[in-house]
Design a protein. Sequence first.
Length: 185
Amino acid sequence: MALPKIPVGVIIICILFALIGALWGAHAAGLINLIPVLSDLPVVGTYFTTGANEDNFKISPLEEENKKLKEQIIKLEKQLADVLTKENELNQEIETYRKQIIDLDNQIKILHEEQKKMLKLAEYYGQMKTKEVVPIFDNLDDEIVISILSRLDSKRAAEILAEMDPLRAAKLTKVITDINNSVNN
């Protein structure tokens, strides 16, 4: 049996491909470094760069822009977090003020009710005889007496004070005067 004749050129090409494959495999395995040799070749060398060329590698304008945009995003996210934190603080402060307003409104309502009651009491005591009012006032707290006297007309208040114990009348007069002075200032 005779072997077919293979042209010598085909054998040389096969050997060259086997050699190139072996060299490339050794390069890929890290056994040898072909980049300095390949970068010196006229046509093929443009596809390979040496380590020196890698140091001079330039970032494309799109990559630079992308990096800047990412930095801006991080900065804006931090600003947003700060704004949201401040918003939460302000909302809590607003809620505190709302509660205070509600409390003050309730206190105002209570004071208006008390004022109505005192006006009604002043009306009752204004219609009574002076001799009947003084013994009742002797048994009431100074604050209540002052509140009632301040709502009576001055002539009626003077009549009641004239009939009261002189020391208590003086004390009540001083308190009423202090209240009037603080309101006028």
